[in-house]
Design a protein around this ligand. Structure first.
Ligand SMILES: [Zn+2]
Length: 88
C-alpha cells in the first residue's frame, strides 16, 4: 500500500498526466479510495494543472486572463461535473 508521502511526492503528478503503468495506477487508485486527504490533494493538483494549461493556451492566443477568475471558472466546472457524476 502506498503511503501518503509516496503518493504526493512520487505518483500524483504522473497519475494526473496518465504516465503510470497499470500497477502504479491501481496502487494510486486503491490509496485514493481510502484516503480523503490524498483525494483532496489530487483534486487540487488536477485543478492547478488545468489552470496552468488553460493559461498557456490563452497566452498563445494573445490574451492573458485573470488567474483568479480562471481558477474560479474551472472550479465551478469541476463542481458541476462532480455533481452531475454523483447523480448517476
Ligand atoms: Zn493518503
Amino acid at each position: 500500500m502506498l503511503s501518503c508521502h509516496d503518493l504526493a511526492h512520487k505518483y500524483a503528478s504522473d497519475y494526473i498526466d496518465g504516465q503510470l503503468n497499470w500497477r502504479q495506477r491501481l496502487a494510486v487508485f486503491m490509496h485514493l479510495l481510502i484516503c480523503v486527504r490524498c483525494r483532496r490533494f489530487v483534486t487540487q493538483l488536477r485543478l492547478v494543472c488545468r489552470v496552468v494549461k488553460q493559461r498557456g493556451r490563452d497566452v498563445i492566443k494573445g490574451s492573458t486572463p485573470d488567474l483568479d477568475a480562471l481558477a474560479s471558472r474551472l472550479h465551478k466546472e469541476y463542481a458541476t461535473q462532480k455533481k452531475s457524476s454523483s447523480e448517476l
